[in-house]
Write a protein that binds this ligand. Structure first.
Ligand code: ADP
Ligand code: MG
Length: 314
């Protein structure tokens, strides 16, 4: 079966005035199977939005190619647009003064759907995302969660087979986030494919079959979510500078410390959680070591530390 998404050596630069260009995507190759929920996980600035925009034909790659269900995102934009839906997080793309239904009718017109079809689909989708009773309220009265569900309805109007969701639950309260995720799972059961960009590991773990980790525009790995979840469990540490190896050895015996490693110019104590990091900082201060600071290892560091270079092969 044809891949839902096949990106090959994608690269995207952003030129910046009087500064070096940013490499937002660097030689990224990724395949997503049909009917999969694929997580794109990475910190802010990793390149997630850039990738999602390229795949939905909003942005051109600097080089490399990408296909959606066999259609090239640069040469066949029209075909790709009819196959994909883009759902952005936050407040972009909805008109506050318009009612929920009017928002959908507006977007339906942009998609050049005939008005009877749009009306029928809009009503069905409002029902589906739990907004039927609020269909005639202006969107400015909507909570964050309601807006996000309306965004999803909007992305579904032209019945796309592949959906790109960019940080869809950022800023949602936990109940709203759970409702949103349930909807995604239902839509997948109908045969749709999802690429879900998020910096939230819990979200990726809750929803995705497979996950790709990206950092600074580069793909670090693609793996089943269960493997990646285990790898990323260890995400807390305290960095400090000190001359004495004995202190590091003492620190390693504390119950809240998983281990202490030597980096180029400092020590790093890995802890199980935030409380563990607090204990380490307090312990250091008691010994007059004032250089300690709470840190988060980059995804790449966590990954390399845990599985070495085995998994760098994607
Ligand atoms: N329009 C732009 N102009 C210049 N740099 C940009 C632009 N959009 C994104 N970038 C840069 O590209 C990199 C990737 O950004 P982005 O794709 O938004 O990452 P993410 O969605 O993972 O946070 C970042 O370094 C960001 O600052
Ligand atoms: Mg983003």
């Amino acid at each position: 079966m044809e891949a839902a998404v096949a990106a090959s050596s994608l690269r995207r630069m952003y030129e910046r005035r009087r500064k070096d260009a940013v490499v937002a995507l660097d030689d990224l190759t990724l395949t997503i199977a049909q009917n999969e929920i694929h997580g794109l996980l990475g910190p802010n600035g990793a390149g997630k939005t850039t990738l999602v925009k390229i795949l939905s034909t909003v942005l051109l790659p600097t080089s490399g190619t990408a296909r959606v269900l066999g259609h090239d995102v640069v040469a066949e934009t029209k075909a790709v647009r009819s196959l994909v839906g883009l759902v952005l997080g936050g407040d972009r793309g909805l008109y506050d003064r318009l009612t929920a239904r009017r928002n959908l009718l507006f977007w339906g017109a942009l998609y050049k759907l005939d008005s009877r079809t749009v009306r029928r689909r809009a009503d069905a989708l409002l029902e589906r995302v739990g907004l039927a009773e609020r269909a005639d309220d202006p969107v400015e009265r909507f909570s964050r969660g309601m807006r996000q569900r309306l965004h999803l309805a909007r992305g579904l109007l032209h019945e796309p087979r592949v959906l790109f969701l960019d940080e869809p639950t950022s800023g949602l309260d936990p109940v709203a986030a759970v409702a949103f995720r349930r909807l995604v799972l239902e839509l997948r059961d109908e045969g749709r494919t999802f690429l879900l960009a998020t910096h939230d590991m819990d979200e990726a773990t809750a929803l995705c079959d497979r996950v790709s980790l990206i950092d600074r525009g580069r793909l670090l790995l693609t793996d089943d979510t269960s493997n990646v979840g285990r790898i990323l469990g260890d995400r807390e540490c305290v960095d400090f500078v000190h001359e004495d190896d004995a202190l590091a050895r003492d620190l390693a015996t504390l119950p809240s410390v998983l281990d202490v490693e030597r980096l180029d110019d400092r020590w790093r104590a890995h802890t199980a959680d935030r409380e563990g990091s607090r204990r380490v900082l307090a312990w250091l201060v008691e010994r007059d070591v004032l250089t300690g600071r709470h840190a988060q290892p980059t995804l790449e560091e966590v990954y390399l530390r845990t599985v070495g270079d085995r998994g760098m092969r994607v």
